[in-house]
Design a protein around this ligand. Structure first.
Ligand SMILES: C[S@@+](CC[C@H](N)C(=O)[O-])C[C@H]1O[C@@H](n2cnc3c(N)ncnc32)[C@H](O)[C@@H]1O
Length: 270
């Protein structure tokens, strides 16, 4: 039987979070040596508790820290094609325990201001205690964000819509639009075509019809709640704005990567 059909069954009977936690414990035991070796090689690097890494990314200290510095550079180079980085207010919405944003103050000019938000209070508390030169706020599972209208030049969000319901796609997109300046940049990633292999046959049909597919039965926003976004769905979501780029995800070493969308927010006057 297909793995995704079995997971759908576990989800239907309400056991997906428990199964996921067991998976974490197995991972935790299996990475003992590599985690200890990372700390020996990098005694000055402060990392969040292991479960935070697992919940938001994966339990690999090297990827979480060193490879995510490359991810921060990758993010900057994508946005730099459309926007200068002098004196910019930059928000990461859904920053988790700071994997990417922690690197930005070291990469971008000191004239930029950095903000991170997440709906998980534990991550924000950890970020506030441990990461410098970034302002962190907790947001609710529903909008609003704690910022005035037209505040940010650049907003980015990595793998957050991938855990939201249909209703939240619309409410959060509207909220990001509200806090972005007219002409501001919105960069986000989603599960595009390359993730179709993770869908059951009936889910694939929905996806191919251009509908958002969600695997729910668990807390919205958690890693066990998954959403899959056909490109036509995203085009419809952002339809009042200018799409600057869409980079469909491909497989790297057999692992599917998320689609990248970069949008210029264009506000109607009046
Ligand atoms: C897969 S993790 C990605 C974390 C981070 N962006 C990264 O790339 O390392 C998804 C993140 O979205 C956050 N999240 C989910 N729903 C949210 C919401 N409504 N508002 C803000 N953050 C949310 C989760 O708490 C989690 O930190």
């Amino acid at each position: 039987m297909n793995k995704y059909v079995v997971l759908s069954f576990i989800r239907r009977v309400g056991l997906i979070q428990i199964a996921d936690y067991v998976r974490f414990l197995v991972n935790y035991a299996g990475t003992f040596r590599s985690r200890r070796a990372f700390h020996k090689r990098n005694p000055g690097v402060v990392l969040p508790p292991a479960y935070y890494l697992y919940e938001t990314f994966n339990l690999n200290y090297e990827s979480f820290y060193s490879k995510s510095r490359d991810t921060a550079q990758w993010l900057v180079s994508h946005i730099a094609a459309f926007e200068q980085f002098d004196n910019r207010k930059i928000l990461e919405w859904g920053c988790g325990p700071g994997r990417v944003i922690r690197h930005l103050p070291g990469i971008l000019p000191s004239s930029c201001q950095f903000y991170g938000t997440d709906y998980n209070a534990k991550y924000i508390e950890w970020c506030r205690k441990n990461l410098k030169n970034i302002t962190f706020f907790e947001n609710g599972p529903e909008p609003p964000l704690p910022f005035p209208d037209n505040f940010f030049d650049i907003i980015y969000s990595i793998s957050v819509f991938t855990h939201l319901s249909l209703k939240s796609h619309y409410s959060w997109f509207d909220e990001l639009e509200r806090v972005a300046k007219d002409g501001g940049i919105l960069f986000f990633t989603v599960h595009g075509e390359v993730f179709k292999e993770k869908l059951t046959d009936s889910e694939k049909k929905l996806f191919e019809r251009g509908e958002l597919v969600t695997k729910a039965g668990t807390k919205e926003g958690h890693r066990t709640f998954a959403a899959f976004q056909p490109p036509s769905f995203i085009r419809q979501l952002v339809k009042d704005h200018q799409i600057l780029a869409h980079h469909p995800g491909v497989k790297e070493n057999g692992i599917p990567r998320q689609d990248v969308w970069i949008v210029r927010i264009t506000k109607k006057s009046g």
